[in-house]
Design a protein around this ligand. Structure first.
Ligand code: Z5A
Length: 210
């Protein structure tokens, strides 16, 4: 195995089990790699956490324009990449991210139907082709994902969207996944031990290849 840092991202709809998987991955990688940090999007820096609050908090008196939402997400992402992820990778640390840019293609591209060419321009401007080394997509239907997520409590601003919105997000995820390399798709509707077992297999295969 090389001593360079690696960036692994977990993606999927709300309730897919991303936060749970993040802990599993951290535990499984712990014996193999020198240092691990976890990140979440939006968030993870001062700017990112402010953006997270603005994006998630329902505001009945002011509608957050979809374009403003998109720009907040990229502001959060640039700060996270430049201030946290790249420095960590440079010192050989492994970074496990709860969501990254694929979420934007799915939610803002597919859900909000924002112009994909514009998202592409923003992506080039902000990230300059910086990408995860491995993306683990936890595949769950919007119906089951929302059911799991809403068990935890009140819906946030995005969770208050219609089922149709999440169906579009789900479709868009799959459209993007077809174009990507270095992706593992895991059936997240299975019981947790089965999901964790597949994550273990994916990580073992990845570790033996790097
Ligand atoms: N967003 C965006 O629009 N565009 C972007 O570019 C980015 C984000 C980056 C972030 O919300 C919001 O930002 C998100 C998209 C938007 N909004 N929505 N909606 P967040 O970070 O607060 O939350 P989330 O990303 O949507 O995830 P979540 O709701 O916290 O779910 P999760 O992390 O995927 O699942 P979990 O918390 O691990 O599990 C949910 C429950 O299911 C929990 O009780 C678990 O114990 C249970 N669970 C987990 N796995 C299983 C299995 N296998 N079986 C049964 N039960 C399970």
């Amino acid at each position: 195995m090389t001593s360079k840092g690696h960036f692994i991202v977990i993606e999927g709809l709300e309730g897919a089990g991303k936060s749970t998987a993040l802990h599993t991955i951290k535990r499984l990688l712990g014996d193999h790699v020198p240092e691990i940090i976890t990140t979440r999007e939006p968030g993870g820096t001062r700017v990112g956490e402010v953006a997270r609050h603005l994006i998630k908090e329902p505001t009945p008196d002011e509608i957050l324009d979809a374009r403003a939402e998109l720009l907040l997400l990229y502001a959060s992402r640039v700060q996270l990449v430049e201030q946290v992820i790249k420095p960590a990778l440079a010192r050989g640390c492994w970074v496990i991210g709860d969501r990254f840019e694929l979420s934007t293609w799915a939610y803002q591209g597919g859900g909000r139907k924002l112009d994909r060419e514009m998202i592409g321009h923003l992506s080039s401007f902000c990230l300059q082709n910086f990408k995860p080394d491995l993306t683990i997509f936890l595949d769950i239907s919007p119906e089951l994902g929302l059911k799991r997520a809403l068990k935890r409590g009140k819906a946030d601003r995005i969770e208050q969207e219609s089922l149709n919105f999440f169906q579009n997000v789900y479709r868009s995820y799959h459209e993007q996944l077809k174009k990507m390399n270095n992706v593992a798709i895991i059936d997240a509707s299975l019981p947790l031990p089965a999901v964790q077992n597949t994550i273990r297999q994916v990580l073992n295969a990845y570790l033996s290849a790097v």
